[in-house]
Design a protein around this ligand. Structure first.
Ligand code: GKR
Ligand code: MG
Length: 415
């Protein structure tokens, strides 16, 4: 009975409650989809992973599951080989099949690392090269939002956030509850002048907080260029104001503000043109789509070599993802910015002991081997039932947005 040979790979889709947060693509639906991955070894060690929950990824993971049985949890090259075969075989014909590869690997790879750490009795950060910081700092992720989901009978605890005053209240609450230092505003929803007025209100209320704004490519190049003077000196970085490497390069040449991205550099083949054109000064890494923890460490090294800053991106997620992000961040010397996280927006949890807690805006690594977290099987069942009841296969923010603003149209760029 080997403690490190894989006996089973389980994938459980879940849906957890999510508030009506706004972005350039629309509005978050009442439930966010996610998948929980369990790698169980012959010796009964269970490693955990968490990833997206859309149908194509679930199908790919389901096709991969029998292929990893018998593999060592340390065999990351074997995982890439098998995942590539699945994406080019069983997933052939799916739109975007090739782009699934790093996502499929990442979902399983984290669970393999966790099982490896648990089998050795060592925290994951040790396997990732050793801990370079005791606490991992996160930023407050501020969203414009509706007061309630369409059809809901009462407002959520955050209420409506569409004005600068409401935005400051939201930020105050985030900072009071979690101690965050940096404030990131999700933009690309309201006219840019209104969103910058929101940033200016945040600056007045939080004079020393590093500020960021992220319109998700929602601004035209000419709009972005026109807005730069108002943003100079106000923000620590400008995240994806406009879409694509060529447009970002033009903006970066026109400003001293570092441009950051989780949109135009999201895969290995984006790095050479982005570096050659000087498109960005900060890359937001995300192990969920960069191919896992090992690939994220490679990305960190590339950023270090080329003098590009490193931050961390987030989508709606629960504690397994947060623990993985924190271990990776704790082992990455050049991660100089406070990481993004949607975590404070989530009330559900799937790990034993409930929600992980930020203190002074930072997370101390959960104690214990591997990721330091274990599954709450009762909650896993409940959130899986939510998934079955919700009947969602993909995230559709645009559809949700039109329930609130029927004439709303997607545009990238829009303003
Ligand atoms: O959850 O609404 C959202 C965000 O807009 C997310 O989808 C983005 O991927 O957080 C992300 C970002 O930084 O662009
Ligand atoms: Mg972003």
């Amino acid at each position: 009975m080997s403690k490190t040979r894989i006996a089973d790979l389980r994938i459980t889709p879940i849906a957890f409650a999510d508030p009506p947060l706004l972005n350039n693509a629309g509005c978050h639906e009442p439930f966010a989809l996610r998948s929980i991955i369990e790698v169980e070894t012959e010796g009964g060690v269970v490693g955990l992973g968490e990833s997206y929950g859309h149908k194509a990824l679930l199908d790919a993971l389901t096709a991969l599951a029998p292929q990893v049985v018998g593999m060592e949890v340390t065999d990351l090259n074997g995982l890439w080989r098998r995942a590539r075969a699945v994406v080019r075989g069983a997933m052939q014909g799916y739109t975007g099949a090739e782009a699934l590869l790093p996502r499929v690997v990442a979902a399983v790879e984290v669970a393999m690392w966790d099982a490896w750490g648990k089998s050795l009795g060592r925290p994951l950060v040790d396997l990732l090269g050793g801990q370079v910081r005791d606490r991992v700092s996160f930023s407050a992720y501020l969203f414009y939002k509706f007061a309630r989901h369409a059809g809901a009978s009462q407002d959520d605890i955050w209420g409506e956030v569409l004005t600068p005053e409401q935005l400051v209240d939201e930020a105050r609450r985030m900072v009071d509850e979690h101690g965050f230092r940096a404030l990131k505003l999700k933009a690309g929803i309201l006219p840019p002048e209104d969103e910058i007025a929101g940033l200016e209100a945040l600056r007045a209320a939080f004079p020393t907080a590093p500020l960021r704004i992220d319109p998700n490519g929602g601004w035209h190049l000419h709009t972005t260029l026109k807005l730069l003077p108002r943003l100079e000196g106000l923000i620590e970085y400008l995240e994806d104001p406009t879409d694509g490497i060529p447009a970002m390069s033009v903006v970066q040449r026109a400003t001293t503000i570092p441009l950051a991205t989780n949109m135009c550099v999201v895969a290995n083949d984006h790095l050479p043109p982005a570096i050659a054109e000087g498109a960005v000064r900060v890359i937001l890494s995300d192990h969920h789509y960069w191919g896992g923890l090992q690939a994220s460490r490679d990305l960190a090294r590339i950023c270090d070599i080329w003098g590009i800053g490193l931050s961390m991106h987030s989508n709606s997620h629960l504690g397994i993802s947060l623990a993985a992000m924190a271990h990776l961040a704790a082992a990455t010397p050049n991660l100089a910015y406070d990481c993004d996280t949607h975590y404070p927006w989530q009330t559900d949890e799937v790990i034993e002991g409930g929600k992980l807690r930020f203190e002074g805006g930072a997370l101390t690594l959960p104690e214990g081997p591997g990721l330091g977290v274990t599954l709450d099987r009762g909650e896993l069942r409940r959130l899986h039932q939510n998934y079955l009841d919700a009947g969602l296969a993909v995230r559709d923010d645009a559809k949700e947005m039109r329930k609130h603003w029927p004439d709303w149209k997607f545009g990238r760029p829009k303003f």
